[in-house]
Design a protein. Sequence first.
Length: 296
Amino acid sequence: MMPSPPPATTLPQPLDRPPAGPRWWLRLRRQPSFWITSAALLALVAVLWLGPALSPYSEREQDLTAIYAGPSAQRWFGADGLGRDLMTRVFHGGRISLAVGVVGALVSLILGVAVGGVAGYAGGRTEQLIMRLIDFLYGVPLLLVVIALMVVTGPGLVNIFIALGLVYWLGMARVVRARVAELRSRDYVTAARALGAGPARILLRHVLPNAAGVIVVTATFMIPQAIFAESFLSFLGLGVTLPHASWGTLAADGLDAMRSHPHVLAFPAVAICLTMFLFQALGESLRAALDPRGED
């Protein structure tokens, strides 16, 4: 009797999507904080974009009889030192501040994912070299670097996008590197290598999709950081320039009249704090649902 041949072994097929596990969407649906903060942010965006169209005043319209006018039925937020409607200016400034936060986070996301993904997947000396560089840059106060870049390049909206993107990618790179280094030894990555997939294909098709959770969460937390940085730069006169205005420039304008007319500073300051709080709360909700430890 001839011995039976050993059973044929088959390599596991590489996964195009994250491995099976708890569905993050189901976890997210059970979190009221996610829906509350999402609805609040959508309402905020709608107000910022639709509010000026519904206001009877334009952003630059001056009324010398309404200089530093307090909140009233005609002007809900009052007026500034030039008689301009403060509510309309807060809405217009919010558009710029929010755009800076989103674009700055997007630039940081692209740079951070690219650098962190390469470092985490390559490993060895490449990873060590990249991470030593990131650690060195982390030793320098990031806000001081942004200020230095703005002093060199000059104030302006485009320069703010560039400065924030070139600085705030470090945190994203660290997070992505750690997650990719953890995923590169998984079975589906080994199977993809055995089937002849190259490093770029494995990284883009199999590894980064599995790291999407931490990427989304980190990017959400980066938006309020960018908004605060822009507001601080504009407050110092290094950010948005005339004729544009952001929440930071509005707060700077209201600082001189803070004691006699506190509403000029209060409304842009409250807008900054509220927006940062909503994005932080949204990030916490996403972290609870997309925590990679819950997907393994």
